[in-house]
Design a protein around this ligand. Sequence first.
Ligand code: ASP
Ligand code: MG
Length: 422
Amino acid sequence: MKVFKFGGASVKNADAVRNVGRIVTQFKDDNLLVVISAMGKNTNKLEELVKAFWENDSKKKAGIIEELKAFHFDIANDLIADKKHHIFSDLEDLLMELECLVDKKYNNVSYDEMYDGIVCYGELLSTKILSDYLHSIEIRNKWVDARNFIQTDSNFREARVKWEETEETVKRILKPYIDRSMIITQGFVGRDEENNTTTLGREGSDYTAAVFAYCLDAKDVTIWKDVAGVMNADPNKFPEAVKLDAINYTQAIELAYYGASVIHPKTIQPLKSKNISLFVNSFLNTSAVGTVVNNEARALVKECYIVKENQTLVSISTRNYSFIAEDNLSNIFVEFARHKVRINVMQNSAISFSACCDTKESRIEDLCRDISGDFKVNITPDCILLTIYNAQNEQTVPAGYRDYKILLKQVLGDAMQLVLQK
Ligand code: ASP
Ligand code: MG
């Protein structure tokens, strides 16, 4: 059996959904499980709804619900001619549920828990539309609520999958259905022990596809994207970027880790452990060969350039000129972890420590405030982290980045990393 994953761009409007229909039709005899994200940018829209709910902004809430209604009904209307079809009342039910959810006041519910309860509607709506559209073109399929299978802890917005429970339920309950019909389900969502909806982190649908593939011992997973495959650089920033035909799991994990955004970083591990191949193909050109990620260790022949924007360099030095050694470092790391500030590269010298982090203003401010008693802290915002992976020759800064100031440079293994400032 195969697992397919279609992201938001592949279902952003009615024509895109028709295209997904054409793709899955070609594979309808393959025992398919299809994972779908929210349509277009609707997860961002739902994030706005969470904020409006939290700020108790009724006008904003109503406006966003109207937009979500219009968006999904437009697509469903375009796809399904029969206006008495149950899809229309199904969508209405879901949207009314959402409206009621954000209408109430709750005690003891955290922002993150509320977030997961609200944003999951993007995936619920998209999968309903896709499933019924496929029925309308006579593709037999079954809509499945992924939350019944993807069991997680209660770490809302970044929930961790409970593998044993998930695998057991998927094998026992879901697997028999796969032999009978295609399964359409949601990416990104799960459920904790208390029956609360959880999510696996933004862009987590790739990971969902990998979790199902692992539990079902799938032959392969295909992520359908609007790019040709995994490229050696972002073509918007590096016009000479080329597609990589094949990479191994380790290379894929490293590229994703350094910030290549084609595959969600957590996706590879479950596939690697069962040697399940991953294809990254273009939904715009289905006959073109994309990238395959598998176990065959091939040497990567191309240099890869990965640019992470929105970085902040946090430079910390001791006030009493004591060394930045184990004790100081351990205090510093505790604070980074406590404030959930993610470090992408770090370096230290005798009395200073520098870390390049994703810019999350309030978290970094809180962190700095909490450590400023013992340490002097200096913040450089608006940095870029450039990683050159698998450099072939003398590692040089690529054209377009040579005018930047290098604030930090590090070479480790196959990767050179530079923190740059304009
Ligand atoms: N819809 C979610 C997001 O936009 C999950 C995903 O697309 O992978 O983050
Ligand atoms: Mg997405």
